[in-house]
Design a protein around this ligand. Sequence first.
Ligand code: PLP
Length: 393
Amino acid sequence: MSYLMPVYQPLDIEFQHGQGCYLWDRQNKRYLDAISGVGVTLLGHAHPDIHTEIVAQSQKILHLSNLFKHTWNERLAEKLAQITGLTQTFFCNSGAEANETAIKLARLYGHQRGIQCPKIIVMQHAFHGRTLGALSATAKPDYRQAFGPLLTGFEFVAFHDFAAIEMYQNDPDIVAILLEPIQGEAGVNIASPFYLKQLRALCDQQDWLLMLDEIQCGLGRTGTWFYYQQAEICPDVLTLAKGLGNGLPIGACLTHPKLGELLQSGLHGSTFGGNPLACRVAYRVLDLLETHYLSSIHAKGYQLLDLLQSKLTGLNNVQSVRGVGLMIAIELIHPIENLTKIASEEFDILVNVTQGKIIRLLPPYIINSVQIEYLAEQICGLLKATHPKEKVA
Ligand SMILES: Cc1ncc(COP(=O)(O)O)c(C=O)c1O
């Protein structure tokens, strides 16, 4: 029996150690990790510089609480301000908490404007986390229905349908739009830069906040620091987590000073949020991305997408292959039972399946072109093996 609550159904592999893009199990079998702990270990496993930072900080101070000043939360917030244009940050420990902060900010903003019951426009198929606030902004009925009543004040509209949002122009209670510019959990649904520009213009016109959840698609994943930069816009609120600590838990909610100053002393907080260890490591992650990895993500993503598209197009069960940078989905027509198990056992690769039939790839940014070729080859083999009678063009 397990002493863990049965919320997860992990594969029966016990990894012993990792290095770069690879993980090894008890039998010393090696796997290529193409999911990075669901978009977390951007720099791969056991990165020597991350190791050095963890050791150095743990020899000094692990935790202080927010009762005392330290340098690392300030330095990290300053670095984030440089790369986002948003100069006020609140640190927390996860994506859900970052989104809770965003939701609270939107409500504060509404109250400041005299709106008693502020409402936020959110997207169908959105995933923003499992805490009650973030869950209320999350669309999937399977995640929501057991936990009612959820928070009110969320209006769901179809993703990428600008007309659906324009309908709310005369609703005086709307204060914000919250969306993932690329929906990850939903299977890599990509908002176009044009749509994001339209949302920015509408928010400006209506005095609504544009709140972007780049927890999965941010921090270089799409080839630029943030996906919104490809639309040449800036959000009012940005939420980050996942890869920020390369595996150490840290989340962040960023905004501009006019909004950030609403969160006055005592209104919000977190015991662990912004601790020296997580902030120091995150600072190093950003530094390494900037100096070594960010510039090559676009080309790596293009190589992988191109290889997958050419190898998989002829397979009958493949509906589409899409992605931006190193965030790639292969949507199947029919679900394949135990796909991730077969991928790991027979093809030595770790992939994720979301929505039952969408293979999601979020490889670490350190992946090289030989590993990209191998990954594409193995995925092609996997899909042929699970549909042996189908022909490849
Ligand atoms: C876009 C997005 N937002 C929020 C979250 C929630 O993050 P966490 O699991 O760290 O609470 C996730 C996690 O998958 C996510 O992909």
